[in-house]
Design a protein around this ligand. Structure first.
Ligand SMILES: [Zn+2]
Length: 230
């Protein structure tokens, strides 16, 4: 089964870009540090998570997996990593327990952090919430795996987060000039992909945003407008 395609974005970093279909939905990725790999996000299904683990272990055994945020399309594949540590912010673990308890059968994070976690050469960080109440990302050299804080050629979903703070997080990403952005949804991009997302989010705040021609998740636009009205 083919849920995603692997694209190498640096000597020791690979993006796992979801293919159309139901098994993956969101993007994931992995990096090599020393003699192990670290996985970022785990897709929406155990099947895709299993495939991700196999892909990472072609390179080296998996030391741990990171969850960017609680949304199921990023964490349902945790079951493929149940025998290693799963890392998330403390708030993300709480949200997973609150929101997914009794709905999907999710494996919860085993290790939590508050602001940043440097482990085996990788820097996992959060600047608080934007897309959700708590969003983590992974910096590795000049590549950033953003989770849904950056989506490319796709409408973002704003109903679980804080758009104003999200914009501040985007500023912080831009200031660090990533060469490669592995987004939560859509193709691999760069720092150039932040301004269109920022313009859309600003438009939602001031009531001028319209659905963007050519972006996926078109139905998300009306849902975003509705969510901000509540
Ligand atoms: Zn999300």
């Amino acid at each position: 089964m083919e849920h995603f395609r692997v694209e190498q974005v640096a000597d020791d970093a690979w993006a796992a870009i979801a293919l159309p279909g139901a098994g993956a939905v969101a993007n994931a990725g992995f990096i090599r540090v020393g003699d192990s790999t670290i996985v970022f996000d785990t897709f929406i299904s155990t099947a895709a998570g299993d495939e991700l683990r196999l892909s990472a272990e072609v390179i080296a055994p998996v030391a741990y997996a990171i969850n960017s945020h609680w949304h199921t399309d990023h964490v349902n594949g945790n079951s493929a990593f149940a025998d290693v540590a799963i890392v998330a912010t403390e708030r993300t673990r709480e949200l997973m327990e609150e929101r997914t308890a009794g709905v999907p059968d999710v494996v919860f994070p085993t290790d939590v952090f508050e602001e940043r976690l440097e482990r085996e050469g990788a820097l996992v960080e959060t600047l608080g919430g934007g897309h959700t109440e708590s969003d983590a990302f992974l910096w590795f050299e000049d590549t950033v795996f953003t989770g849904d804080l950056v989506v490319i050629e796709s409408h973002p979903w704003v109903g679980d987060g804080d758009v104003e703070h999200w914009l501040e997080i985007l500023d912080a990403f831009e200031a660090r000039r990533p060469r490669v952005i592995v987004p939560g949804h859509g193709p691999i991009g760069s720092v150039e992909d932040i301004p269109p997302l920022r313009r859309y989010l600003e438009g939602l705040l001031d009531g001028t945003a319209t659905a963007v021609e050519g972006w996926n998740f078109a139905e998300g636009h009306d849902r975003n407008v509705e969510a901000l009205r509540l």
